[in-house]
Design a protein around this ligand. Structure first.
Ligand code: ADP
Ligand SMILES: Cc1cn([C@H]2C[C@H](O)[C@@H](COP(=O)(O)O)O2)c(=O)[nH]c1=O
Length: 178
């Protein structure tokens, strides 16, 4: 009797910044390696925050990785047969709580989805969202605690009002260019 081909697993971890997505991933990798498995680590080459060729947590734990311009290139680099278990991590929402990147597209294909929370920097409660502290408006803005903070629902709403008011005031102070 022919055995069925192994068809792999996909596990997704989402959540706001500082929720421990990278920490969880690095722990899983460590556990897989301890079990004698070979693990490839891939990240977007846009993420240059704490180094180009390493995945780094916000508290400084790091592991070397391959940085690719598009994550879908991992098939070209490693071969479609090279993996049987895929752990994917990413932000589910941007600073305006809109879907971010393509991690949500993988959910219908996944075996498991874990949404982590961080600690709200304003009240210590569970933080589900990422607040941008600066006035930049573009969706993609690489940064860490200098630009972003995790917040609970209440402080997200309060924070958006404060950030928007600050933006208006700063824009009023800008010299008029004619
Ligand atoms: N407000 C916060 N809530 C939770 N963790 C925080 C916060 N600020 C800093 N950290 C640090 O960030 C670490 C999580 O970082 P990391 O795993 O890189 O998160 P993620 O990949 O989800 O952004 C925590 O272990 C903690 O040391
Ligand atoms: C909310 C938000 C985040 N980003 C960027 C900022 C960081 O470089 C990454 C998230 O990294 P983490 O490992 O989850 O901490 O994404 C962005 O470009 N736009 C946003 O709205």
């Amino acid at each position: 009797m022919q055995s069925r081909p192994y068809c792999g697993e996909i596990h997704v971890i989402i959540g706001p910044m500082f929720a421990g997505k990278t920490t969880t991933l690095l722990r899983r990798i460590q556990a897989e390696r301890s079990n004698g498995r070979t693990v490839a680590i891939i990240k977007s080459d846009k993420d240059t925050r704490y180094g180009v060729d390493a995945v780094v947590t916000h508290d400084g734990t790091r592991m070397p990785c391959m940085a690719l311009p598009a994550l879908s290139m991992f098939r070209e680099r490693l071969g479609a047969e090279a993996y049987d278990k895929l752990d994917v991590i990413g932000l589910d929402g941007d600073y305006l709580r809109r879907r971010f990147g393509s991690v949500l597209d993988i959910i219908p294909l996944a075996n498991s989805v874990t949404k982590l929370s961080a600690r709200c920097e304003l009240c210590g409660g569970r933080a589900f969202f990422t607040l941008r502290k600066t006035k930049e408006k573009q969706t993609e803005l690489i940064g860490g605690a200098d630009v972003y903070m995790p917040v609970c629902r209440q402080h997200y709403i309060d924070g958006q009002i404060v950030v928007e008011a600050t933006r208006i005031v700063l824009d009023m102070d800008r010299p008029l260019v004619v």
